[in-house]
Design a protein around this ligand. Structure first.
Ligand code: KIV
Ligand code: ZN
Length: 517
């Protein structure tokens, strides 16, 4: 059976999801889980974009051993050098160089002729090949490129040393029948096509990303590029879990396998959802909460008689059953630690000690602690980053239908000093945020405020996710608590800590005008 390579771009294209802003620790955590999931290639970031990106790609390349780690690069020597800096320590240094090929991009973005595009692409691949063991070239917007020209580009970059050639549907425009034909055309018409792996990278603007990726496989693609939970630019990328499970379940049709450990899928999905603050829709295929729920009486009756009547994927296949194991207030430190390890965390004893304390506090208020709760607790622990500039000491909010909502808050600063303030607002959260703003002394714009419960039940944890801008710095923050207002305060403080950490760590100009694809 032919194997399809799975190239995960959750940490690069997925991180381009509007409002998503992962810190270094979070990226590393996701990379380790992707390794456990069995992805062949992890695209860890865009090293030329910022010092922070370079550092996290480097750390991931130095840490991950069972997946090949790659970084994105424009067809520029400076970008390729930045990638080399980040990836040279990895087990199999691999670079992903891209250049647009479509007439729209050539004319309006690159201002290049066809000849200049080929020359630039070839030079970049040659330069990269002098350093990297594996070079991937992507013809950005391939699916809107004239086929004969696309074939010329593919032939030229393979001659220059490209090991993988990716033909992305950058804007999510193509239809399954067309992408299948496009891959067949390239396979048949490009004389050296057998010297490289062809890859598909589909976006979901018309809801076709999974179907198109699978059609590309039918057309001859041997690698698919995708993200967990289909996160990504605009409407997102092709969903890793959907493609991997479809290839497995419909093996009779495709006759292809992947190296994905399917029962790690749910765990990976929950981790990415929690760290990115992106809730998985209940009806999302494979990983949504309703993916295995049968509501109608006829369906329930059928499933009770024989599951295959209405269930083509079992929950166990994707690790949903394992996810239901719960801890409670009698669970000890050992069981807790085992759970953390089984969830893929590589936490230090110090971190386990701290999270265990939060776990015990939570277990006093909540009967069953699920994996989702633990993801939230761990995310809180990891989210503060290296330095906690502010932490919440006390909080009191007064609300009444005929009163002005008022908040009184005490924070501890880095030096352990107490800072107390009070403020009002038109609602409880506004009163709270006005007060926090007074303490932090920095004006902010709240772009997004979202609240969700980690599980069902009245005692469920509230998880608040905020996206805010402080001057020119965008930040997200997350906070979890039994109480929605306390979770809201924690999310705000987390966003502030992240901005301050970012400013400290980078202490560098924001990379201007970098246009990511
Ligand atoms: O969508 C796209 O074209 C990309 C390329 C860099 C592969 O993300
Ligand atoms: Zn993309």
């Amino acid at each position: 059976m032919k194997n399809i390579n799975v190239f995960d771009t959750t940490l690069r294209d997925g991180e381009q999801t509007p409002g998503v802003n992962l810190n270094f620790e979070e990226k590393l955590q996701i990379a380790k889980q992707l390794e456990r999931l069995g992805v062949d290639i992890i695209e860890a970031g865009f090293p030329a974009a910022s010092k922070g990106d370079l550092r996290s790609v480097k750390e991931i390349a130095d840490t991950v051993k069972n997946s090949s780690v790659t970084g994105l690069s424009r067809a520029l020597t400076s970008d390729i050098d930045a990638c080399w800096e980040a990836l040279k320590g990895g087990a199999e240094p691999r670079i992903h160089v891209f250049l647009a090929t479509s007439p729209i991009h050539r004319e309006h973005k690159l201002h290049m002729t066809q000849e200049q595009v080929i020359e630039t692409a070839v030079n970049a691949v040659r330069y990269a090949k002098e350093r990297f063991a594996k070079v991937q070239f992507s013809a950005e917007d391939a699916c809107r490129t004239e086929l004969p020209f696309l074939a010329e580009v593919v032939e030229a970059v393979i001659d220059a040393g490209a090991d993988v050639v990716n033909l992305p549907d950058t804007v999510g425009f193509i239809m399954p029948e067309e992408i299948r034909s496009m891959f067949r055309y390239i396979k048949n018409e490009v004389p050296n096509a057998d010297k490289a792996v062809l890859s598909a990278h589909c976006h979901d603007d018309l809801g076709m990303a999974t179907a198109n990726s699978l059609a590309a496989v039918e057309g001859g693609a041997e690698q698919v590029e995708c993200t967990i939970n289909a996160v990504g630019e605009r409407a997102g990328n092709a969903s890793l879990e959907e493609i991997a499970v479809a290839l497995h379940i419909r093996n009779d049709f495709y006759g292809k396998s992947t190296n994905i450990t399917l029962n790690e899928i749910k765990r990976t999905s929950s981790l990415v959802s929690s760290l990115m603050g992106m809730q998985v829709p209940n009806n999302k295929a494979v990983v949504g909460d309703n993916a295995f729920a049968h509501e109608s009486g006829i369906h329930q009756d059928g499933v009770l008689k024989e599951t295959s009547t209405y269930e083509i994927i079992t929950p166990e296949l994707v690790g949903v059953e394992a996810n239901r194991m719960v801890l409670g207030k009698l669970s000890g430190r050992h069981a807790f630690k085992e759970k953390i390890i089984s969830l893929g965390y590589n936490a230090t004893e110090e971190e386990i000690k701290k999270v265990f304390k939060s776990f015990k506090e939570l277990a006093d208020k909540k009967k069953e602690i699920t994996n989702e709760d633990i993801f939230a607790l761990m995310a809180d622990e990891k989210a503060g980053d290296a330095m906690k500039y502010y932490s919440l000491e006390t909080l009191q909010v007064t609300y009444g239908t005929s009163n002005i909502p008022t908040a009184t808050v005490t924070l501890l600063d880095q030096a352990g000093e107490r800072i107390e303030q009070a403020g009002t607002g038109s609602g409880s959260v506004e009163a709270l945020y006005n007060t926090l703003e007074k303490i932090v002394g920095e004006g902010f714009t709240l772009h997004d405020y979202r609240i969700q419960s980690t599980t069902g039940g009245r005692d469920a944890l509230a998880e608040v996710f905020v996206r805010m801008a402080f001057d020119d710095t965008e930040s997200s923050g997350r906070g979890t608590d039994n109480d929605v207002l306390e979770a809201s305060a924690k999310a705000y403080i987390n966003a502030v800590n992240r901005v301050l950490n970012q400013r400290r760590a980078e202490n560098q100009p924001k990379v201007a005008n970098i246009s990511t694809p």
